[in-house]
Design a protein around this ligand. Structure first.
Ligand code: LLP
Length: 421
């Protein structure tokens, strides 16, 4: 009996073959997104770069997909850098981000000739100065700037308000960037901002682009050879049917035009324009499959459907109040949708969905939660000592493991007993 399809594959077969909970990713959807965005840029004739924000979904296979598509990577840790380099990702196409990079991480990046460092603050700059001299190596950097803009999104994923831990405060940035250009082995080539995540209207992006362009012009006028403007990621996706979303394919040509017009006004060359989406490429390319373990009615209140995962594999509802839909994958001989709450198996109130209409969920059925391809696998935990799920990649008719399921032994792997116990 065929179950619900995802990206042309029977979810029931996938659940039987690989077990649950299971992250399923569609390479076809990821490629469609990447190519759509590339195409939108190509049509404008502007110089551009696309950096995939690895924090949304990083592992070796994803780095290979990104590499095969010839786009760049935004990495935020030595772990992400190592993952990319392990599959032969060209180091020159990697930007190293982070608001508190450790000396060992910077050293690793310089040793491995990572193309670009996104500098967050002056202390980091001094450290890079010290390391480049010590290691006798050169590096191109951009500065992350906080343009002081409140994007309309959850406050925990706003990243460029005036009160932000990220980047140089806008008011101080000009002088700091100009001063940084004096360092012997550091070339300051760009400015960067990222105003937040899951943003669905273009107004904050337009505002940020304007503010960044005006800063870019002032800094260029003071003799710094800037050539790159990175406007970050943050493109919001529709988590629920009918949700508003951001369509970068429509937005990119408008953004390029605005920036081109500003450059004409300023009599300045167009910078290379960079965007850095994470969620947009992978969120809708992923679903999570669970097995239903219990259907519990609390008379007069609600009925809980409990699944074999929860906040361990998807902490977003608990962290951000994120909302999801769900579908029973097993075929039913008639339709009888009723409201249910979907909760996980963690030892706390780890509701995944407060209320969703489901068609006769039964113990043993497979439940699919869509749009879980970004910030789920990468934010998963071993809370309650549960092993993390496997990740399966679908490509056309093929399916294959890209991250194996953790075993119970894996969970115990790092434990040590000191000699006095
Ligand atoms: N660039 C920088 C510098 C970033 O900090 C981020 C995300 C991105 C790009 C990619 O943003 P995206 O296109 O994926 O929105 N865990 C949260 C999201 C945190 C985003 C952090 N930075 C969530 O689950 O919604």
């Amino acid at each position: 009996m065929q179950g619900l399809l995802f990206s042309g594959h029977d979810t029931l077969e996938l659940a039987t073959k690989y077990g649950t909970p299971l992250y399923v990713m569609s390479e076809d959807i990821i490629l469609e997104r990447i190519r759509g965005l590339k195409n939108a840029f190509e049509k404008t004739g502007a110089n551009y770069e696309i950096n995939f924000a690895g924090k949304a979904f990083t592992n070796k296979a994803m780095c290979k997909i990104i590499k095969n598509e010839g786009i760049c990577l935004d990495a935020v840790s030595k772990g992400e850098l190592m993952t990319a380099l392990a599959v032969g990702f060209p180091p020159e196409n990697i930007s190293f981000h982070g608001n508190n990079k450790k000396e060992s991480e910077l050293r690793y990046a310089l040793e491995h000739h990572i193309g670009h460092i996104m500098v967050d603050n002056e202390d980091e700059l001094s450290l890079i100065d010290k390391l480049t001299k010590e290691m006798n190596t050169e590096i191109e950097i951009s500065f992350r700037i906080s343009p002081g803009i409140s994007a309309h999104t959850h406050e925990l994923i706003q990243t460029a308000t005036e009160d932000s831990k990220f980047g140089l405060p806008y008011a101080l940035a000009e002088d700091i960037v100009v001063r940084a250009d004096q360092y012997e082995k550091i070339s300051v080539v760009g400015l960067h901002c990222h105003i937040g995540s899951q943003i669905v209207d273009d107004e904050p992006f337009v505002l940020a682009a304007k503010k960044m362009m005006s800063l870019y012009k002032k800094i260029k006028d003071r003799g710094v050879a800037l050539r790159m403007l990175n406007l970050g990621g943050g493109f919001g996706i529709p988590y629920l049917t009918g949700d508003e979303y951001f369509d970068p394919v429509t937005y990119i040509p408008q953004m390029v035009k605005r920036i081109r017009d500003l450059c004409d006004d300023f009599e300045m060359d167009m910078p290379t324009l960079i965007v850095e989406p994470g969620r947009y490429f992978t969120a809708e390319a992923g679903v999570t499959l669970y097995t239903i373990g219990a259907v519990k009615e609390i008379p007069g209140i609600k009925t809980y459907v409990t699944v074999d995962g929860g906040m361990n594999d998807n902490p977003r509802p608990a962290l951000y109040g994120a909302e999801y839909e769900a579908y029973v994958c097993n075929p039913k001989d008639h339709e009888d949708f009723k409201p249910y709450a979907v909760s996980g198996k963690a030892c706390e109130t780890d509701g995944l969905i407060e209320k969703v209409n489901l068609n006769q969920p039964k113990v043993g059925d497979i439940l699919m939660i869509p749009n879980t391809g970004a910030y789920n696998y990468t934010m998963a935990s071993n809370y309650n000592r549960y092993p993390r799920p496997a990740v399966v990649l679908l490509s056309g008719k093929r399916d294959g493991i890209i991250v194996r399921r953790e075993t119970d032994e894996d969970v115990l792997r790092y434990d040590e007993i000191p000699e006095w116990l």
